[in-house]
Design a protein around this ligand. Structure first.
Ligand code: SF4
Length: 291
C-alpha cells in the first residue's frame, strides 16, 4: 500500500479514538490529570502542581482555545481540517509566527469539554487537528473532550514532539496522524532559538515512537542560514530511520517576534537556500508533499 493510500485510509477509515472503549479513554484522561499534579507532560518536567494553580514553563493552567475553524491551508491530504489552536507553548521560539497566542497562555477561552465535543460532532471536516502554541500542556483536556465525542473522526496531533514518554503512551491508540514540527538538527540551535534542552534525543525518540503508533507527516520550516546544521541532518535522519512518512519542506519563514535580535535568522529564506533543501531531499529519496 502506498503512503498516499494510507492517508486515505486514515481519513476515510482508521479512526483510533473511536475504537477505544469509553472506559479506556476515561482511564487515559484520569492518568493525564494525575500527571498535572507534578507536571511532566513535556520534557521540561517542571513538576509543578498545575491543579493547584502553579505555572510551569508553558504557563498553561486550564485549556484556553485561542481559535477553532475549518482549515483549508493544511497539507492537501488533510483538508478540510477542523483545527483547534490552544494558547501557550512548551517552547519559546524566538521567531514564532504564532507568538501572539503561543506566548500568552491566558488568551482565548475555556470551552467545556462536552461543548467542544459537540462542536466537533457538528463540523464538516476530515479530521480534528490539535495544535497551538502546542497541544501537549492540554493533553488531559483533549482526552476529556474525546470521552464526550459521539462522532468517530480521525485525530491529528500537531506538535513540536517534546513530549515525555508518559504522554506519548497516553496518545497511543488515540491519535491517527502525527503532524510533527521537526525544527532543529542539533541541540545547540534548539537551545539558542527555542530555549529547549536535549532536543535531538527527545524529538528523534518521539518520532520513532509516533511512527510505531500511527501515520505521520513531518513538517520542517527551513530557516535561513540553518541548512547545514538543521535541515540536512533532519532529512538524513528521516531517510535513515523512518519509512512511509511524508515530509513537508516549508519555505515561508519570515522574521517574526524576536527574530530580528538573532542576526542569522533576521531575513527571509532565499530561493537558493530552499532549492538546495529540495535538491538534498530529492537526493535522499524523501517523499515530499507537493503543494
Ligand atoms: S506542560 Fe508546561 S508545566 Fe508541564 S512540564 Fe511542560 S512546560 Fe512544564
Amino acid at each position: 500500500m502506498t503512503a498516499l493510500s494510507n492517508y486515505f485510509q486514515i481519513i476515510e477509515g482508521t479512526k483510533k479514538a473511536g475504537f477505544l472503549l469509553c472506559k479506556d479513554l476515561k482511564e487515559k484522561a484520569e492518568s493525564a490529570r494525575e500527571i498535572l499534579k507534578s507536571c511532566h507532560l513535556c520534557e521540561r518536567r517542571c513538576h509543578v502542581n498545575r491543579l493547584e494553580g502553579k505555572q510551569g514553563f508553558c504557563g498553561v493552567l486550564e485549556a484556553r482555545v485561542a481559535s477553532e475553524f475549518v482549515h483549508v491551508g493544511e497539507e492537501p491530504e488533510l483538508v478540510p481540517s477542523y483545527t483547534i489552536f490552544f494558547s501557550g507553548c512548551t517552547f519559546h521560539c524566538v521567531y514564532c509566527q504564532n507568538w501572539d497566542i503561543s506566548q500568552y497562555p491566558f488568551r482565548g477561552e475555556y470551552i467545556k469539554p462536552e461543548i467542544l465535543a459537540g462542536m466537533i460532532s457538528n463540523i464538516r471536516a476530515k479530521n480534528v487537528n490539535w495544535v497551538g502554541g502546542e497541544p501537549t500542556p492540554n493533553l488531559p483536556y483533549v482526552l476529556d473532550v474525546l470521552t464526550h465525542l459521539k462522532t468517530n473522526i480521525p485525530q491529528i496531533w500537531n506538535s513540536n514532539m517534546y513530549l515525555t514518554e508518559e504522554s506519548m503512551d497516553l496518545l497511543n491508540g488515540v491519535i491517527d496522524v502525527y503532524l510533527t514540527d521537526f525544527k532543529y538538527g542539533n541541540d545547540k540551535c534548539a537551545r539558542n532559538l527555542s530555549d529547549a534542552k536535549n532536543y535531538w534525543e527527545i524529538t528523534t525518540r518521539n518520532h520513532l515512537i509516533a511512527r510505531e503508533q500511527a501515520e505521520m507527516i513531518i513538517r520542517h520550516l527551513v530557516l535561513p542560514n540553518h541548512l547545514e546544521c538543521c535541515t540536512k541532518p533532519i532529512l538524513e535522519w528521516i531517510s535513515e530511520n523512518l519509512e512511509n512518512v511524508k515530509v513537508n519542506l516549508m519555505d515561508q519563514y519570515r522574521p517574526e517576534w524576536r527574530a530580528m535580535d538573532f542576526r542569522e535568522i533576521s531575513r527571509k529564506l532565499t530561493h537558493t537556500e530552499f532549492q538546495e533543501a529540495l535538491r538534498f531531499a530529492d537526493e535522499l529519496g524523501i517523499d515530499l508533499i507537493e503543494r
